[in-house]
Design a binder for this molecule. Structure first.
Ligand code: ATP
Ligand code: MG
Length: 270
C-alpha cells in the first residue's frame, strides 16, 4: 500500500485551522459516549478515528458535525462565510446551510444518505438546487459529470438508487455529498458493509477524490487498512477516550499505547 497521503499538506499555507476541538465530552445519561477529546484539523488534512465497537467514534463524529449536543467542550469551525463559529451555538438554519455547502457527511449505510425515491441525477442535483441553482441543463450536466467522477455509467442518470448495487449506492452518495465542493467531509465507516473487492475500489476512489479536491476529512473506521490508506493522522479511541494520536504511519508502525499495539497486532495475525 502506498502512503501518498502521509504528509499533511497545508498547515503552513493556511494559518487558520478548519476545526478546533477542545474538552469535548458526551454522556448519554450515566453512560459515557466520549470524553476529553481535543484536536485541531487544518485545511486539506484527513484525520482517521479508529477503535473497537462502542469506543465512541460515531458519538464523536456526531458532536463534531453538530448533530449531537455535547455535554461539555467546544467545536470551533472556521467558516468561509462567517469566520470562526462555535458549531453548537450556531442557529440550526446556518448549520444546515453549512451541511449543504462547506460540509458533507457520508453515512455508513448509503440508504441513510440518499433519497431512495428519486433518481440518481436528482440525488446529485439536490444540493445545487438547495443553494439556488435553477438551471436544469446545468444541473443535469453537473450530475452527469459527477456520475463519471465516481465511476457510475452515465446512462444510469435517471435510475433510482434502489436499482444500484451497494458499492454504486455508496459512490452515488459520495457524488451527492461532494457536488457543492465542501471543504470538510465527515465519514462514518464509508466502506463498511461492502464486499472486500468493492471496498478496495471505493477506497481508491475516495483517496483520489480527497487528494484531488484537497478535502479535509474526519473518517471513522474500525479498519486499520482504511485508516492507513486515507488518513494523514490518527486518533485511537478506547472506552470513549483518545488513547493515542499521531501521524498515521507512526501510530501504526510504532504504536505506543498497549491498546494500539493490540489493535495493530490483531490485524497482523488476522
Ligand atoms: N443513544 C445512545 N444512548 C445511550 N448510549 C449510547 C447511545 N449512543 C451511543 N451510546 C453509547 O456510547 C458509547 C459509544 O458509542 P458509539 O456508537 O459512539 O461507538 P462507536 O465507536 O461508533 O461503535 P461502532 O464501531 O459499533 O459503531 C457506547 O458505549 C454506546 O453504548
Ligand atoms: Mg459507530
Amino acid at each position: 500500500m502506498t502512503a501518498a497521503l502521509a504528509h499533511a499538506p497545508t498547515a503552513q499555507a493556511d494559518p487558520h485551522p478548519l476545526l478546533d476541538v477542545s474538552g469535548l465530552a458526551k454522556w448519554y445519561g450515566p453512560h459515557l459516549g466520549c470524553r476529553d477529546v481535543a484536536f485541531t484539523l487544518y485545511p486539506g488534512e484527513v484525520m482517521g478515528v479508529v477503535g473497537e465497537s462502542g469506543s465512541g467514534k460515531t458519538t464523536l463524529l456526531g458532536c463534531l458535525s453538530g448533530g449531537l449536543e455535547p455535554s461539555a467542550g467546544r467545536v470551533t469551525y472556521h467558516s468561509e462565510r462567517w469566520g470562526a463559529v462555535d458549531i453548537h451555538a450556531l442557529p440550526e438554519g446556518r448549520r444546515r446551510l453549512l451541511m449543504r455547502t462547506e460540509w458533507g457527511f457520508v453515512r455508513q449505510n448509503p440508504r441513510d444518505g440518499l433519497r431512495m425515491g428519486v433518481s440518481a441525477g436528482a440525488n446529485i442535483g439536490e444540493r445545487p438546487m438547495a443553494v439556488g441553482d435553477r438551471h436544469y441543463g446545468r444541473i443535469r450536466a453537473q450530475a452527469l459529470d459527477w456520475l463519471k467522477q465516481v465511476e457510475i455509467d452515465q446512462t444510469r442518470l435517471d435510475d433510482r438508487p434502489a436499482q444500484f448495487s451497494g458499492g454504486m449506492q455508496q459512490r452515488l452518495q459520495i457524488a451527492r455529498v461532494l457536488v457543492n465542493g465542501p471543504r470538510l467531509v465527515f465519514m462514518d465507516e464509508p466502506t463498511g458493509g461492502l464486499d472486500v473487492s468493492v471496498q478496495a475500489r471505493l477506497l481508491d476512489l475516495l483517496r483520489d477524490l480527497v487528494a484531488r479536491l484537497g478535502l479535509a476529512a474526519v473518517i471513522v473506521t474500525h479498519d486499520l487498512a482504511v485508516a492507513r490508506l486515507l488518513a494523514h493522522r490518527l486518533m485511537v479511541m478506547k472506552d470513549g477516550r483518545v488513547v493515542e494520536e499521531g501521524l498515521t504511519d507512526q501510530v501504526l508502525d510504532d504504536p505506543h499505547h498497549p491498546y494500539t499495539q493490540l489493535l495493530v497486532s490483531s490485524v497482523l495475525q488476522a
